[in-house]
Write a protein that binds this ligand. Structure first.
Ligand code: XIL
Length: 329
């Protein structure tokens, strides 16, 4: 079988198959991380270095940006003919320190200025941006996130952010990204849908929706594996609004599955398989980005506890999860 990249490119309707990266690993582990990345993926997302708080030299002031790591990675992508999927211009819960203290008017100005500067810096070189990430709380309430932006503006800043992004780079694909919104029928996925519907109806320049896709194979509700019918319903209703859908941060936790490692991997592989085949059958689904590719460097280990959420194990051996993705493509 070919690589994931070759499979994605050879489809009748090609899709992006991407990985989120920490640039250091490319250079520190050239024979493993640095070899697999451009061989298997046609798209790159920076796991951290495009975020507002990471780009600033000093979080306490708005003035000085350090583009070095991000730029080097964008160049790397270009050298390897990989697309860059930008993440993210606005993450309300992770505003830089200086922004948290601003008055309402100044905060709006700072956000729009940041969007403008960042998008112009990469004009024509970043295929799509997650313009706004997680405007809704991740507790399933369907309520806005707890941040200065939401407190001051409700959803209003989301529209402003997309308008500013479109002005900065009219050819860039502009995305709204959030977690636990894959399947229709949950409080949060419904709330996000209603917001997006409102944005589209009021003429906001938005092109698509990213479902983060951090899934718990043993979980239930909106954190568990989505039911195919509910996933399909969701993708189709976004299509009716003229929007694409993608999975932007996929990983599947399996430490809660009862059984040995092989059993857990198999359970996670089944989730990858079902979710991706369901999505790929929809014409407005345009790709998947995995939130890393080796368990060795997955954020899950630090955030939720030791796990095997990705396609390769700690030693860069492909697992059942890899085969499931290859078969779905
Ligand atoms: C995470 C990264 O993986 C971590 O390395 C970082 O320290 C914090 O952010 N939802 C998102 C991503 O939108 O940006 C988060 O990434 C994971 C959850």
């Amino acid at each position: 079988a070919g690589t994931l990249r070759a499979l994605a490119d050879a489809r009748a309707r090609p899709v992006h198959v991407g990985a989120a990266v920490w640039p250091d690993h490319i250079y520190n582990e050239p024979d493993t991380y640095g070899t697999i990345l451009p061989r298997e993926f046609n798209s790159i997302t920076l796991e951290a270095h495009h975020k507002w708080d990471h780009l600033l030299v000093d979080q306490r002031t708005a003035a000085v940006y350090n583009w070095e790591i991000a730029d080097r990675t964008v160049e790397y992508a270009e050298q390897h003919r990989m697309a860059v999927k930008g993440h993210t211009l606005c993450w309300p819960e992770h505003l830089p320190e200086f922004a948290k203290a601003l008055s309402k008017a100044k905060l709006r100005e700072a956000l729009l200025d940041h969007i403008n500067q960042t998008m112009r810096h990469y004009l024509g070189r970043v295929a799509s941006w997650d313009v706004v990430n997680e405007s809704f709380a991740s507790n399933g309430s369907g309520r806005p996130t707890n941040s200065a932006l939401a407190t001051h503006f409700g959803d209003e800043y989301v529209k402003d952010a997309f308008v500013a992004a479109h002005q900065a780079d009219p050819n860039c694909k502009l995305l709204y990204n959030d977690c636990t919104i894959m399947a229709a029928g949950f409080r949060k996925s419904e709330a996000v849908y209603r917001m997006v519907e409102g944005l589209v109806k009021s003429g906001t320049p938005i092109n698509g929706i990213g479902f983060q896709g951090h899934i718990d194979a043993a979980g239930g509700g909106e954190w568990g594996p989505p039911k195919p019918a509910a996933l399909r319903t969701n993708i189709r209703r976004y299509k009716k609004l003229g929007l694409s859908c993608n999975i932007s941060e996929m990983d599947v936790r399996c430490s809660g599955v009862i059984g040995n490692e092989a059993v857990r991997d198999k359970a996670a592989a089944a989730v990858y398989s079902t979710v991706l085949s369901t999505c790929l059958a929809e014409p407005n689904f345009d790709g998947v980005t995995f939130w890393g590719f080796t368990d060795k460097h997955s954020w899950i280990n630090g955030f939720f506890g030791p796990d095997r959420p990705l396609l390769y194990d700690d030693n860069y051996r492909p697992k059942a999860q890899y085969d499931a993705v290859a078969n779905a493509l």
